[in-house]
Ligand binder design. Structure first.
Ligand code: SAM
Length: 310
């Protein structure tokens, strides 16, 4: 078994996502977050011989895990869904019938101590989904000023104690001992966080904030959603599974904004900007799925359909 297959990922909302995404078995679909291919395999099983599935993942280990899929209707690409338009253009694909984004990190990423995503294991403080580019969490904490660190932890981690945590991190760095590992970060945070939330490790929010920042997750989401508008054919589907409120808020307001017919108040006689999406559903995993897979607990899936207009 190769290292990338050493950990399993249990796909969330598998049947619900595929039922929502698939409008025609002859269509062209994009799985923007291949992971370990749970959604991709289920979709392939429902496509006709004329259908096509283009999968993306920014993690080289996820891309490697797709090697056993030799189905000629399938291709995998090491790319970000934030660069979806460019990736599809390079493949000569102009329009698609559906886009699936199953956001966040996979279990194989979290469970590998060497990736530095989890406070449960000690490892280098990396947190990049794509370790071939960009800055690791340790590199960010080694150079950013206190205010920037506090903003990341507060805004992306929704952590009340972001300022004392940032102060403690900078004081430690100025003492010549910057945090380099997940354990060191957890220890600094545990000392700075004064009240623990029931059942939650004090480092949970700080890790979330740094991970979102290091991977520019919210910017990626905004770019991916924007690309969907131009790429989806009329009646094509956008299916997004979020795992925390910051992501879901972006998806929800994007769909709401694009579902409204807008009149330009400064130019009341100009043609109305027609709505480009129709919201179809908001789906939460059922009790049985949450019991079988606790990671599903916080999942919310939103489904929208591209309209004929504009
Ligand atoms: C929750 S997992 C997806 C699991 C997958 N649906 C399955 O069933 O196995 C999320 C995956 O998306 C990838 N990912 C996250 N953000 C990405 C982005 N902006 N572009 C491409 N891949 C991304 C991660 O590397 C991870 O492998």
């Amino acid at each position: 078994m190769d290292r990338s297959d050493a950990w399993q990922h249990t796909t969330v909302l598998l049947a619900e996502a595929i039922d929502s995404l698939l409008t025609t078995p002859d269509g062209v679909y994009v799985d923007g977050t291949f992971g370990r291919g749970g959604h991709s395999r289920a979709l392939l099983a429902r496509l006709s011989p004329r259908g096509r599935l283009i999968a993306l993942d920014r993690d080289p280990q996820a891309v490697a895990a797709a090697a056993p899929i030799t189905d000629p209707r399938f291709s995998i690409h090491h790319s970000r869904f934030g660069a979806l338009a460019e990736t599809l253009e390079s493949l000569g694909v102009a329009r698609i019938d559906g886009l699936l984004l199953d956001l966040g990190v996979s279990s194989p990423q979290i469970d590998d101590a060497a990736r530095g995503f989890s406070f449960r294991f000690d490892g280098p403080l990396d947190m990049r989904m794509d370790p071939t580019r960009g800055e690791s969490a340790a590199e960010f904490l080694a150079r950013a000023d206190e205010r920037h660190i506090a903003e990341v932890i507060r805004d992306h981690g929704e952590e009340r104690f972001a300022v004392p945590i940032a102060k403690a991190l900078v004081a430690r760095r100025e003492g010549g001992n910057p945090v380099r590992t997940t354990r060191e970060l957890s220890e600094v945070v545990a000392r700075a966080v004064k009240t623990r939330e029931g059942g939650q490790d004090p480092a949970t929010r700080t890790f979330q904030g740094l991970r979102i920042h290091v991977n520019a997750e919210l910017e990626e989401l905004e770019q991916g959603l924007k690309a969907a508008l131009t790429l989806l054919k009329p009646a094509g589907r956008l299916v997004v599974i979020s795992f925390h409120s910051l992501e879901d808020r972006i998806v929800k307001s994007f769909i709401a904004r694009e579902s409204r017919t807008e009149v330009d108040r400064r130019a009341p006689f100009a043609p109305e900007r027609p709505h480009r999406l129709r919201a179809l559903a908001r789906v939460k995993p059922g009790a049985a799925e949450v019991q079988a897979n606790p990671r599903a607990r916080s999942a919310v899936m939103r489904v929208a359909e591209r309209t004929e207009l504009a």
